[in-house]
Design a protein around this ligand. Sequence first.
Ligand SMILES: Cc1cc2nc3c(=O)[nH]c(=O)nc-3n(C[C@H](O)[C@H](O)[C@H](O)COP(=O)(O)OP(=O)(O)OC[C@H]3O[C@@H](n4cnc5c(N)ncnc54)[C@H](O)[C@@H]3O)c2cc1C
Length: 323
Amino acid sequence: MTFDDLRRPPNVSGTPSVVQSLRAQGGRAVPFSVEFNPPRDAAAEARLWRAVREFERMHPAFVSMTYGAGGSTRDRTVRVTGQLAQETILLPVAHLTAVGHSVAELRSLVGAYADSGIKNILVLRGDPPGDPLGEWEKHPQGVAYAEELVRIVRDLGDFHVGVASFPQGHHRSPSLEHDTEFLAAKLRAGAEYSITQMFFDVEHYLRLRDRLAAFDPVEAEKPIIPELMPVTSLRTVARAEELCGRPLPGHVLERLHRAAGDGSEENRAAVREVGIEIATEMGQRLIDEGAPCLHFITLNFAKATSEVLTNLGYGVTAAPLSA
Ligand SMILES: Cc1cc2nc3c(=O)[nH]c(=O)nc-3n(C[C@H](O)[C@H](O)[C@H](O)COP(=O)(O)OP(=O)(O)OC[C@H]3O[C@@H](n4cnc5c(N)ncnc54)[C@H](O)[C@@H]3O)c2cc1C
């Protein structure tokens, strides 16, 4: 067995893995992928499908569907993610969070995904419902960390697992060293790649890559997929800060606020233009730095991400890419 064989994900028949899909996009310098959110009602579901059909024409390497609040949204999430597998040409990745679930429930959710043709799972611990910064409580029959869930999902069959990584460290990590160690542990447990938390300073991504390479050069060979979010309004800034758990860098905020102007009404067109410009600059730098893929948070809208991709030279009606 060679060093390369050790790094290669298991070869499962049928559905490709995220890593296989990244490799298959050979004609394109750097693949891209997008994140969707589960729709809350029928109108939101219709909007999601418009975005899905737009992105289908652009051939993302994969699309991911987040996993959140309980009840009917949860059922809808499983159903819609299954439809992505069955009714589109896209490769769906289902997010799976441990929060509020026993191990038996988590196993049954993975089974439901498998039944609808999903083999790629992004394994996460999740945040406490209501207050993402609140105290995290393990379900009495659940798991404490994503690492355990990676092992559970891998033990259930031929699943391809990804995990989260944090360019500035996870807000609960005692130090960047601990954060790197825990990321390496998730990768060693069988995750094939990580997707980062969104960031607005490419240096943070590069430092994460360097930290992992210094700590565990073998695991550092696995793709670290950077996550970007084009800002389209000051409201999106607030959303980005909520998702990151930290404020955006001062130089980014300054550009956006300057565009917003100091009138009583935010100049939304100017904020949007600057937001797209920032995401384009970041995308180009990441491409130049050898990022394996650009993963976009879309909030279920295709337009802003498509504009960034067009600026970066991606074709909107590109011919299907051969594997
Ligand atoms: C790309 C991406 C997608 C996401 N999608 C979703 C989603 O769909 N739904 C959702 O609810 N949330 C989502 N999140 C948010 C995520 O669930 C939270 O950030 C969560 O707080 C951390 O999840 P994790 O999987 O990194 O947890 P873990 O890896 O379990 O880490 C949680 C904390 O515990 C620490 N830790 C890990 N292992 C150990 C150990 N052995 N001993 C001590 N401490 C340890 C870590 O450093 C960290 O501080 C996403 C995040 C990212 C980056």
